[in-house]
Ligand binder design. Structure first.
Ligand code: FRU
Length: 438
């Protein structure tokens, strides 16, 4: 186990750190308005991820970038979409207009009664690995919430240089695919569903990662830490113990993207938060930035947070992770639109970080998303975005991040694209200097 140094305890996100969570200007995204066209007018789309190469860079086969989205028919009540989620893909040559590719993970071939979030690798030999969460079991009559990490591999990308992008035929992902279950929780490092005492159970969102320092291959995922009843965690308080989110990690001893062994979690939030969703990393010059999404309602009793992107930084993959900006809060929604976006995913671009998410519920400022269900169906549909949100630009350095500005809905630039100046200061110089000229 040369790749993981021995450690006494999993690094923790603590109650004291989260006490500092506050909606400061540096952490709040601007209000989002509906776009003129949706990513796909026929489907709600939400959790999204980019096709990437082994080293984490955005793949651009044939000059196209490819995104994968959870999707459900647009006429479905948005709250029901998780029950039928299907992974579709879209491609674009400018990173702004997305063209429908089709279903990426065929529900009839896949594990699970529906497929939840994951990641996608275009390996050096051209083989695709589509990681996904198998939620429930194929063919089940009653939905269950068992979650397993799965993968469809063996497919390839083909690009038809003669087809017009809009036709949907310019890029396709083609099988045959081999589906396999990669990991199920072991009950020791990662809680099983039967051990779960909490509000919701999680073992999902596999995210492929090659460590640039060691060259080793890993899979991150969202999990829970087993906290047996009667244990002394959280001072023995059973109410706090039910909140036991963790960022899980597995290692591939051979580099084979389908062969995984559990390692100790990278981070846990026992007594702090139940869901550390869609964990992923950005590495910059030896600093490991770990990001997760979480909800206002998944913080443990006595703590207050938001639906937000949270982040941590360490000088090695295995920690110690320190929360960014003191509390961990990186990016949240404005107070008057607290659920306007969710499920953030960060990737580096030049000297900044770009954050994609989906446009969730707007024109809605109640303290809890549960209240959406009190609205008539047509209002629930009207207030749900179901499309890519504006991309947020973050500045970052050391243990700090700050909002610099936004790009349009679903605009996902790749490395060689220059972005316009993000702020007044970048455009004109400091306010003092400009005022001094008059
Ligand atoms: C985040 C999330 C993911 C999960 C998906 C299901 O938005 O909870 O963790 O894979 O939604 O729709």
């Amino acid at each position: 186990m040369h790749e993981q140094p021995p450690r006494l305890e999993t690094p923790a996100w603590t109650r004291a750190q989260t006490a500092g969570i506050a909606r400061t200007d540096d952490a709040v995204a601007p209000v989002i308005y509906p776009p003129s066209t949706k990513t796909d007018p026929d489907y709600h789309v939400w959790d999204t991820w980019l096709l990437r190469e082994r080293d984490g860079s955005v793949a651009t086969p044939g000059g196209y970038r490819v995104i994968f989205c959870l999707s459900a028919p647009a006429e479905l009540l948005p709250g029901k979409r998780h029950d039928v989620a299907t992974i579709r893909y879209f491609y674009s040559d400018d990173g702004e207009t997305w063209h429908r590719g089709g279903v990426a993970v065929e529900p009839d071939e896949a594990f699970g009664s529906r497929q939840w979030a994951g990641s996608a690798l275009l390996d050096d030999d051209g083989t695709l690995y589509l990681y996904y969460t198998a939620a429930g079991f194929a063919g089940e009559e009653e939905l269950t919430y068992t979650q397993r990490l799965a993968c469809a591999s063996g497919g390839t990308v083909s690009v038809d240089g003669d087809a017009r992008q809009e036709s949907g035929d310019a890029l396709s992902l083609d099988g045959p695919w081999e589906h396999e279950i990669l990991l199920e929780p072991d009950g020791a490092r990662y809680e099983t569903e039967t051990q779960s005492r909490g509000m919701t159970y999680t073992f999902r969102d596999p995210w492929f990662f090659e460590d640039p320092e060691s060259g080793e291959t890993y899979l991150l995922f969202e999990a829970n830490t087993p906290v047996p009843e009667g244990s002394d965690r959280c001072g023995g308080d059973p109410a706090q113990q039910e909140f036991n989110g963790s960022v899980g990690i597995a290692h591939s001893p051979t580099g084979d993207p389908t062969d995984w062994e559990f390692r100790d979690p990278l981070l846990d939030a026992v007594g702090v938060n139940q869901e550390l969703e869609r964990p992923h990393l950005v590495v910059d010059d030896g600093s490991y930035y770990l990001f997760i999404s979480s909800h206002v309602h998944t913080f443990a009793p006595g703590l207050a947070g938001y639906d937000a992107l949270y982040g941590f930084v360490a000088d090695g993959l295995f920690g110690e992770y320190e929360p960014l900006n003191g509390s961990g809060l990186v990016l949240t929604n404005p107070a008057n639109a607290p659920f306007q976006s969710y499920s953030w995913l960060v990737y580096p671009h030049r000297d900044e970080l770009l954050v994609t998410s989906f446009f969730n519920y707007y024109d809605f400022d109640r303290p809890s998303l549960d209240d959406i269900a009190l609205l008539p169906d047509d209002e629930q549909l009207r207030r749900f975005g179901g499309t890519l949100a504006p991309t947020v630009r973050l500045g970052y350095g050391g243990e700090e991040t700050w909002v610099k500005g936004t790009l349009s809905h679903g605009h996902l630039p790749v490395t060689d694209e220059e972005l316009p100046p993000a702020s007044f200061e970048e455009r004109y110089g400091s306010r003092e200097e400009v005022e001094g000229e008059y």
